[in-house]
Design a protein around this ligand. Structure first.
Ligand SMILES: [Zn+2]
Length: 142
């Protein structure tokens, strides 16, 4: 059974603006694989494995719910880079199909692998900045 907090948080204009987090700063820090709050601690302990907490400011990373969003965003980004490039090359130069496949398939794979971790970090940074998924309840500002 859920209990009601004895002292509810009172939101005033001052308290709301004081706790506002900069989304772009958190996005950039996450994109670089750093903690969205301090910008120094590492966000990942492996390629796509998010660490439990920041080693510098102790921010708990476990509330993040990036799920499949980074993969969808990478598909959109890489698709918008590779497909127009393929169309321009095909209409202007018409190289053999085997040559095109030898370029586009590895390029798509490499771009996807290069972008996956930074995009996941940016998504986690955005979730922290927007206080999504419990990032506000368990992680008070230092
Ligand atoms: Zn940190």
């Amino acid at each position: 059974m859920e209990t009601v907090s004895a002292q509810p948080k009172v939101w005033t204009q001052e308290s709301a603006s004081a706790e506002k987090r900069n989304v772009w700063t958190a996005l950039k820090r996450g994109f670089r694989g750093r903690c969205p709050r301090c910008g120094e601690g590492k966000l990942f302990r492996a390629f796509l494995k998010v660490d439990d907490h920041c080693s510098v400011c102790e921010l708990d990373f476990t509330p993040h719910r990036a799920d499949d969003l980074p993969a969808y965003l990478v598909i959109v980004i890489v698709g918008h880079l590779v497909v127009p490039m393929a169309l321009v090359i095909e209409t202007n130069y018409s190289p053999p199909v085997a040559l095109q496949l030898a370029i586009y398939l590895p390029l798509t794979l490499v771009l996807s692998l290069l972008l996956l971790q930074p995009v996941k970090g940016a998504v986690i940074g955005m979730q922290w900045a927007l206080r999504m998924h419990g990032f506000d309840e368990q992680n008070p500002e230092p």
